[in-house]
Ligand binder design. Structure first.
Ligand code: SAH
Ligand code: F3S
Length: 433
C-alpha cells in the first residue's frame, strides 16, 4: 500500500512550483500519492511564505492543528521561506515537526523524509541544474523556473535571505522543460523568478551571454508554446529592448507586472529599488503607448519607515497616472534580517492602515471605470477551468479572467469571446461562432 501526502502551499508562484517539484519527487521516486484529507496523510507538508509577519505567526497554530488531527505515526514537515529563516527554531518550538526544508533545498525532499529531525536550510545550495521529476497542477499551463534566488537587496525584503543569491537556470534546460510541457498540452508557459528580467547575470555551470529578452525569443520559437507569461520583472531592468520584445512578440501575453512599491523617489531610495518615480512613469507610459490594451499590475507597500503624507501622495499620483488594472497592496511589515526593520522612523500602525484603506478604496473606484471600457470588446480566451453554475473560465492575453456559459469541451482551447458583462476583477462574455 502506498503512502499519502497532504501539502498546503502559501505565498507566491515560486512556492506553487516548489510544491509541484516536491509532489513530483515524492510520487515518482517514493511511494506517495496526493490526498486532500489531512486525517489520512502519512506525510503532511506546509510550504511557507515569510514575506510578511502574519503568515509566520499563523504557522505555529497551523502545524499545531496538523499535529492534533494527524493519524498515528504521520510526519509533519515545514518547507519554504519560513523554514529557511527559522531553521532549527521550528523544531525547538514544535518538537513534533519531523523536518525543516528551506526554499533553496527542495531537491533534498526525498532525503529529509528519511532523516529524523533533518534541518536543510542552506541558502547557498545550488539546485539550478537539478533534474526534478515532473508534476503539473494544471494540464493547460506550465510554470517553468528560470532562476533561483534574488541578487537585489530591497531593504524591506527577506527573500534574498531565504532564497539566497541569484543563479540563472541554463537556457537549454528551460527550453527543454517548456517544450515538454507544451507537447503535453500546456500551451501557456509561465516563466518564474524573483527578478526575471535580470536573467543571465550568473550561471553556475559556465559563462554565457544571454539576457531575459533573448530567453523570451528562444521560448517563443517553440512551436507548441502559444502563450508566454512571466513573473516578476523589476521596473529598473525594463529597458527599451525588453519593452520592444514584449510589445512585438505575439506569443508574449500583454500583461505586465510592474512592482512599484512606492511612488516617492525618496522612499524608493530608502528601499534601494534603484529607480525613481519619473523612471517608473516613463516605463509605464511607454508601455501603454506601445501596447494599447496592456494590463499593468503592481505591488505597493504603504507605511514604509519614513513615509510622510507627501510621499504617500506621490504613490497615489502614480496610481492615478498609470491606472493599474490590478494592485496588490500591503502594509509594511518589519522582517528579520532586513535593514528597514532597524530604521528609526517607523510609521504608526494606524496611519499605515488609513493609507492602505485609502489606496484600496481609490483603486476599487478606478476599477469600475477601467472594467466598464471592456464591454463589447472581443478577446481570444484560453480556457482552463470549470466554474460552478455551468461556466468555464479562462484568460485573455492581457490577463482578464473571462467566463462564459459552457463545459469541458472548451478547456485547453483558444476561443473568441465578446464581453457582455463587466465586474471589477472578471468579465463575462459569449463565445463567438
Ligand atoms: N520579486 C518578488 C517579490 C517578492 S515579495 C516576486 O517575484 O514576487 C512580493 C511582494 O511583497 C513585494 O513586491 C512587496 O510589495 C511585498 N513585500 C515584500 N516584503 C514586504 C514587507 N516587509 N512588508 C510588506 N510587504 C512586503
Ligand atoms: Fe525582494 Fe526586491 Fe528581490 S522585493 S525578491 S529583494 S527584487
Amino acid at each position: 500500500m502506498g503512502k499519502k501526502l497532504y501539502i498546503e502551499t502559501l505565498g507566491c508562484a515560486m512556492n506553487v512550483r516548489d510544491s509541484e517539484h516536491i509532489i513530483a519527487e515524492l510520487t515518482q521516486k517514493e511511494d506517495f500519492s496526493l490526498t486532500d484529507r489531512l486525517e489520512e496523510a502519512d506525510l503532511i507538508l506546509i510550504n511557507t511564505c515569510s514575506v510578511r509577519e502574519k503568515p509566520v505567526h499563523k504557522l505555529f497554530s497551523e502545524i499545531g492543528y496538523f499535529n492534533k488531527k494527524k493519524k498515528e505515526g504521520a510526519k509533519i514537515g515545514v518547507c519554504g521561506c519560513t523554514a529557511s529563516h527559522l531553521g532549527e527554531e521550528i523544531i525547538k518550538k514544535a518538537p513534533y515537526v519531523s523536518f525543516v526544508l528551506g526554499a533553496r533545498n527542495v531537491s533534498k525532499i526525498t532525503e529529509v523524509i528519511k532523516k529524523p529531525k533533518a534541518v536543510e536550510v542552506d541558502i547557498d545550495y545550488d539546485e539550478s541544474t537539478y533534474a526534478f521529476s515532473d508534476f503539473r497542477s494544471s494540464p493547460y499551463k506550465a510554470f517553468v523556473n528560470i532562476s533561483i534566488g534574488c541578487d537585489k537587496k530591497c531593504t524591506f525584503c527577506i527573500v534574498p535571505n531565504t532564497r539566497g543569491e541569484e543563479i540563472s537556470i541554463p537556457p537549454e534546460l528551460i527550453v527543454q522543460e517548456a517544450r515538454k510541457a507544451a507537447k503535453n498540452g500546456a500551451k501557456e508557459v509561465f516563466l518564474l523568478g524573483q527578478n526575471v528580467n535580470n536573467y543571465g547575470r550568473r550561471f553556475s555551470d559556465k559563462e554565457r551571454n544571454i539576457d531575459f529578452t533573448d530567453l523570451l525569443k528562444m521560448v517563443s520559437e517553440i512551436e507548441e508554446v502559444k502563450r508566454i507569461r512571466f513573473t516578476s520583472p523589476h521596473p529598473l531592468h525594463m529597458d527599451d529592448r525588453f519593452l520592444e520584445e514584449f510589445a512585438n512578440n505575439p506569443k508574449i501575453c500583454k500583461s505586465m507586472h510592474m512592482p512599484l512599491q512606492s511612488g516617492s523617489t525618496r522612499i524608493l531610495r530608502a528601499m534601494k529599488r534603484g529607480y525613481t518615480k519619473e523612471w517608473f512613469l516613463d516605463r509605464a507610459m511607454k508601455l501603454r503607448e506601445m501596447v494599447p490594451d496592456v494590463h499593468i499590475s503592481t505591488d505597493i507597500i504603504v507605511g514604509f519607515p519614513g513615509e510622510s503624507d507627501e510621499d504617500f501622495v506621490d504613490t497615489i499620483d502614480v496610481v492615478q497616472k498609470v491606472g493599474f488594472e490590478q494592485i496588490f497592496s500591503f502594509k509594511y511589515s518589519p522582517r528579520p534580517l532586513t535593514p528597514a526593520k532597524d530604521y528609526p522612523n517607523q510609521v504608526d500602525d494606524a496611519v499605515a492602515s488609513k493609507r492602505l484603506s485609502y489606496l484600496q478604496d481609490l483603486h476599487l473606484s478606478m476599477l469600475d471605470t477601467i472594467s466598464q471600457k471592456e464591454l463589447g470588446k472581443v478577446y481570444e480566451v484560453y480556457f482552463e477551468e470549470l466554474k460552478p453554475g455551468g461556466y468555464v473560465a479562462g484568460r485573455s492575453s492581457n490577463n482578464w479572467i473571462i467566463k462564459v456559459k459552457g463545459s469541458e469541451e472548451l478547456l485547453g482551447k483558444f476561443v473568441n469571446v465578446k464581453i457582455t458583462k463587466t465586474g471589477r476583477l472578471s468579465l463575462e462574455g459569449e463565445v463567438l461562432a
